[in-house]
Design a binder for this molecule. Sequence first.
Ligand code: BGC
Length: 983
Amino acid sequence: MYRRSGRWNRSGLALSLICFLWIPIRAEGLLRPVNLRCEYKDHPLGIHTPAPRLSWVLEGKGRGLRQSHYQIQVASSQEQLQEEICDFWDTGKVPSSEQNQIAYAGKSLSSMDRCFWRVRVWDQSENPSPWSKQAFWSMGLLSPKDWKANWIGLPSESKETYQPCVYLRKEPSLPNEYERATLHVTAAGLYAFTINGKRVGKDFFTPGWTEYEKRIYYQTYDVTDLLKPGVKNVLGAVLGDGWYGLHHGGRGRLALLAQLHLEKKDGTSHLIVTDDTWRATREGPIRMSDIYQGETYDARKEMPGWNKPGFNDSNWRNAQVDPFGSNATWKDVTDIVRKAVKGKALHIQADNAHFGDPIYGKVKQLRVIYEENGREKEAHVQEGQTLDLTSGEGQLSIVKAEYGADMGSPKVTEAVRQSHLGNPVRKIEEIVPVKITEPQPGAYVLDMGQNFSGWVRIRAEGEEGQEITLRFAERCNPDGTVYTTNLRKAACTDRYIMKGEGIEVWEPLFTFHGFQYVEIKGLTQKPDKHTVTGVVLHSDAPLVGGFECSNPMLNQLFQNIVWGQRSNYLEVPTDCPQRDERMGWSGDAQVFIGTGAYNMDIAAFFTSWLTTYADSQNPEGGYANVSPKGGGVSPGWGDAGVICPWTLYRMYGDKRILENHYEGMAKWIRYLEERSENDLRPAQGFGDWVSVNAPMPKDVIATAYFAYSTHLMSQIAEVLGRSSDAAHYRARFEKIRSAFTEAYVKETGHIKGNTQTTYLLALGFDLLPEDLRTPAKKRLLERLEARDCHLSVGFLGVNLLLPVLTEIGEVDLAYKLIQNETYPSWGYPIRHGATTVWERWDGWTEAKGFQTPGMNSFNHYAFGACGQWMFETMAGISPEKPGFEKVRIRPLLGDEMKHVKATYDSIRGSIEAHWRRKGDALQLEVCLPPNVEGTVWVPCQDPSQVREGGKHAVDADCVRFLDMNEGAALFEVGSGTYRFSVR
Ligand code: BGC
C-alpha cells in the first residue's frame, strides 16, 4: 500500500510554496553563480536591445538548493564594479528565484557602452553566495547616425557570372595613444577582415544571412591587440559573393562597410572608416567563389604581404564609394542610337549586340529621350524588342539614349543595421579521412567517415600551374566513384592552382560543401591522411544534449540526428547543406525544432532566424516557405512562425520572443482566417512531404495546422496576459475543431485521407471530440498494421508519430518503430552506413538503389524529429514549467531496452536522467541543478517498492511522494542527485 498525499494541493502556487518551505535545508553547499550570459551569449560585443537579458547557472552541492534572492551589479569599468561603484545598475537584494530572462533596467545605455556585471544570490536560508566572476557585454552602434563609414568596393566590369573576389586595403597611421580599438564591420556579400595580416575574429560567412534589403547584420570586434599604436597598420578585407550574390542579385557587386574606433582616455574617439582612400583590386588569388559551385584559388596570383605594411599597391585602384551605383547599370548609348537614325525614323533592336552588356544576367531596357515639336519625349523598349520612332517633322533628334536596368539589390544601404543576433559560423572541429581509394587512375576518393558541412584543407606539393580539383559527395557509386547527381546544379568543386613552391596548404574561404567523400584529382603523389583534412563549419550554438542507450543503432541514430542538425544549422536552419538549395525552409525548421533544442542551445540561433523570418512575412501576413529570400506560403511551413517562438518559450522561458513576434503571429492567424471558408482551409502546399506512398489530402493538413497554430496562439496570448485575445483564439480553435470533425471525420473514426499522418495530426493537435478519439486511435493502429508495423509518415507526421503513440498508450509500439531496421524506418539508412539523417526514407534501397536524384539529400534533418521523443520519453526529461524551472522526469521503459541515459544542459543548468534494468530491478538516477525542482515518475506498482539512496523513497531527504499515476509513483524532488531503485 502507498500513502496518498491527498492533503497536498498539487496545483499551482500553493504546492510550490509548500515545497519551498518543506524542502529541507542543506547548508553543505553554498550556491555559486557561474556561466553568466547576456542575450544567450558569453561576453557579447555589440548588443542592440536597450534592455539586454541576463542569465546565470548555479553550482552547489547537496539537495534542495534554491535561490531566494539575487543581486546584479553593472558598472562601466572592471575597477568600478570591483569597488561596487555601480554607475549603470545595482538591483540591490531582490527576492526572486529567477536566474534567466532578467532584463537590464538600469541607466539607459548608449552606443558602445561597456557593461561589466556580476551577480550574487542567496539560498533558501538566505546564505549569500560569493560574487560571481565578472562578465561583460558591450552595446553596438544603436543609431544609424553612429555610422560614418561608406560602402566601398570595385564596380564590376565583367560579364562573367562568377567573378574574382575583391581585395581591399588601407594603411592608416594610428595615433600614439588610445585605450581600445573596436571594429564594426559588415558587407554586401561575405567579408573576411584582417589587421596586419592577422584574421579578425574566428567567424566565417560574416556578416550572416538576412533579408538584406530590410536588415543587415554587422560584427563588432575588440581589435586592440592586433594594432600597433603610433605607426602604420594595415586593414585588409576580402569580399566574396556568398548568399548576397547567389540569392539576392548582388553577384559581383560587393561592398564593405567598416569603421574602426580608437577610443582615447579622455572619452573621444579617432575613427578610421571605409572610404575612397582605400585601395582595391580584383587581381588576387580567389578567382571565383560561390556557395553552390565552389571556390577557385590561383596561388600564382597571391600578393604576398598585401594585408601587411609596406606592400606596393600602386597597381591597385582607389575603392569606389557605393560601388553598386548606377554607372554600371545604365550605359550611355546616345551615339550609337543617333547613328541608327535614318532621317525621320529610328528603327533599332535593343540588344547586347548593339550596345554591349552593362549588367550580366538582367533583362535590360533601351531608354531614349528625343525631341518632338520642341518638347522632350521618352520612349523605351525591353531587351529583345525593337524601338520604332518617327518624328512628325524634320530630322528625328535624339537627346539621350541609355541601355541598362534598375538594380534591385543595392538597397542593402537602406537596411536596418544590427549586430548579429545568432551564433557566428565557426570552424568547430577537424576530421581525418578514414579510407582512401583510387577507383579511377589519378582520381582518389577519401572517405571522411562522417557526412558534414564545411570544407577540406589540402596539403600538397607540385609544379607551378598544376591544378588540383576537389569534388564533394555524400555517397559513392557502386564502382567507388563519387555520386554527385543528387547535387543537381551545384558543382561543389574547388580548384587550387599551385604556385610550385614546396608544400602548399590551402582551404577555401567563402564556400562550403555538404559531404562525406572527397574526390581529389591532379596530385603528383598518392594522397595520405595528411593530404586532406576535413574542417567542420556550422553556427557555433553550444552542443547541450547527450544520449546513450542499450541499442547501438539508436546511439548511432542520435549521432546522425546531431550531425544532421550541425550540418544544417549553418547561419539559418537549412534543409540540406549540399545540393543547389541550402535554404531556410520553414517546414523543416518547425518539425525539427523540438529536437534541435535538446541537442544544441538554439536560443540565439533561432532568435536570429525568427527575426529574419518576420522580415520575410508578406504584407498580408503570410509566413514564407523559405527565409531569407522567402516566397510562397504553405500549411505546415508558414506555421513555423508560431511553433518556433512557442518552442523557445517552452525550452528557455523566453517571453520576449513571444512579445516580439506577437503582432506577426496575430497577422498570420488573421491571414489564415481570411483565407478559410467556414473554418476550413483550402487544399494547398506541399502535403505530407516525402511520405512513403501515403499522399494526404492537403485541405486536411491545412485545416489541422490552422487549428494547431490558433490553439498555440491562445496559449501564447495567455502567457502574455492578453486574456481577451486568448479567449478569441480559443473560441476560434474550437470552431475549427468542430469544422474539422464535421468535414473530415466519420463516426467510425475514419478521417479523410486515412494515412498515418492524418490520424497523427488529428490526435496530436487535439482535433477530435472525446467520443471519436478511441475510434481514431484504432484507425491509426490499423494504418500501422497495414504496413506491417512500419511508418509511412512524411515531414508533417514524423515529429508526431512516437509522441502520439505514447500518448495513446502504445509505448511498446513506439519503441518498436524507432528500433525497426527494415525499410522504411529510421534504422534502415543506418544499416546502410548513414552518418546523417536522410531526406527520404527511400534515399537508397537495396531494391532500387538511389532514389530520383532531383530530391535526394542524405543530410536533411526533418526525419530526425524523433530525437525529442528519445529525450522526453526514453530518458524522460521534459520541462514541466517553461525554461526547466521545474523538470518532469518520466521515463517510459521499452520492453527490450536495458538502459537509457540522457543529459541536457538546460538554461538553468545540467539535468540528467539515467535508468537501468538489472533483472527485475530498476535503477533510476536523476540529477537536477540548484534552483530546479522536479517530479520524478518512477515506474512501479506501489511506492513502498521504491527506495532512494538505500532508504524508502517516501522517507528520503528532499523527496516527497505525491501520488500514483499511470503505473508510476510520482515523487517531488529538489535539486541534487537521486538514486531511485525498484524491486
Ligand atoms: C526542400 C525541403 C522543403 C521542401 C518543400 C525541398 O526542396 O529540400 O526540405 O521543405 O522542398 O516541400
